[in-house]
Write a protein that binds this ligand. Sequence first.
Ligand SMILES: [Zn+2]
Length: 487
Amino acid sequence: MTTTHRKLGAALLVAASSMALATSAFAGEAEDALVAKVVAAYGGDRLTNMRSIRIQDNYKNAFPGQGYTSGYVEFTPLKQDAQLDLAGQRGSVEGWSTNFNFTFNTRTVSVDEDIVAVNYNANTYQPGAGADYYAAYGAVIRVTDTLLAYELSKQTENVEHNGSSTYLGRPHELITFTMPSSPPVTLHVDAESGLISKMTRATGFGALSYQFGNHTTANGVGYASSFEFYVGSDVNILTLSRDISVNNVRSNVFQIDRGIAEEPTRIDTSEMTVDEVSEGVHLAGTGNAYTAFIDAGDHIIGVGGYAGLADRFTAYKEAAGHDKPLRYQIATHHHTDHLGGMADAFALGAIFVTPANAVANVNTAAGEEIPEERIQIIDGKMTLGPVEVYDISTNHAESYALAYIPGAKAAFQADHYNGNYADAPSLAGTSSVSIKNAIDDLNIDVDVLLSAHGRKASSWEDFEAAVAAYDPRPCASGRAICRGVSY
Ligand SMILES: [Zn+2]
C-alpha cells in the first residue's frame, strides 16, 4: 500500500489550489490531492470510517427503446431500498415497481456466504443472485455519489487524473479509477467544492452517464439528493427523492424472510438447444433469446428476433437436417432488444413481416434501408403458409404481432409470459393477462405458448391457471417499500 504516498497527497492539498492540480510535476500528486479533496467534501473521516449506509430512492424509470408507444418511452414508478454493510461487504437491495407492463418486488440479499434474490410476488428465492459483493451491489455504488467517493478513497492504487472539463458551466477535474466488476469509472469533480457532479463509464450498452445534484449531508456525510441516469442521450432514471442514513443498518436484514421458499428448478438454458415443438415447428436458442422456426415447405419462417439470430438459424438447420432459406422474419414488436437479430435476417435474405409502428426500428436494426419489397406490414391478420400473424394490442406494446401456427396449435409471444421452471408454471403478470384476453378475442385454439425469452413451451392450461392466479394489487407483498402506494 502507499501510505506515505497518501500522506504526501494530503499535505499537498493543504498547500495546493485547484490550479496547481493540473500542473503537478509528480505523477500521483494530482491524484492524491484530488482524492483528498473529494474525501474532505464528503465528510472526511466520517466518510472513510463509515460502517454501513442505507439509501432509499423514489425513482421514475424508463426503458430506452422499450416504451409502450414507438414514439417515446414512458416513465414508470420505481422504488429502491439499499442497505450496505461496508465493513462486512454485505448488501440488501430491495426494488419495487408497478406499471402498465409489470409489477415486481424483489430483494437481492447477502446471506452468509451466498447472495440470493427474493421474489416477494412469488414468495420464493433464487440462489446465486450475484457472484460477489461488487457484482451484486456495484449498481447501487455507481448511482450513489457518496459510495463512489467512499470507493475512491479505498482504491488508491489505480486512480488517474484525466484533465479537466466544464460541466454545467463550472470547472471540473476528471478522475478515473476502477472498481471490481465494472469498466473504469470517471468522476467529474467540481474543482471548487470537491463534490461529484457526474460519473461516466463506457459499457457494452454504450456510454452511461450518472448525474448528481442538490448535494446535502446526513450524519455529516455528503450526498446528492438528486440523481439522473442516462443511457447514451436517453434519460433512464429520474429521482423524485433520495434519503440516506449512515451506520444504521441492522444485521437481521441479511437473511431470507420467514415464509420464503426456494423456487422450483429452472429449465436449463445454458447451451444452444433446438427443440421440436411439433412437426415442422422448432424452438432454437439459449439464455434469454429464442426463435421459433416454422417449416413452410421450400422455405422457413422465423419469429423472435434477439441478437444471435444467425447462430440460432444455423443450429436449427443442422438439427432439422436441411438447408432451406429463411424467407420471412416476423418482428414481434418495436422494442429494440427484440430487433438485435434483424441485421442477420437481412443478410439471410429474409422478408420482414412487422407491425407498422416497428418499421423504423426494424430499418435501424437491419443496419441499412430495407428495400420496400422486403417489408410487409401486418394489417389485422396475415397468413404466410402455415403461420397466421395477428396485429393485436396488449399492455406491453400498443401494436404487437402474434404468430400462430394452427397445425401445431402453438402461439409465439415475446415479453408477455415466460416459463422459467422445468416442472412448474411461472407467475403471470399484467401483460400475461392482456395477451390472454387478446388471444381469447381472436378465437384461436392454442395448446402451447412459446416465448422469445425462454426454452419452456408452456401448456395453455398452465398459462391459463397462472393468469387466473394473478394478483393485480400493486403492493401484494404488503412490504414497507410499497405500502400505501397507488398507481
Ligand atoms: Zn418488449
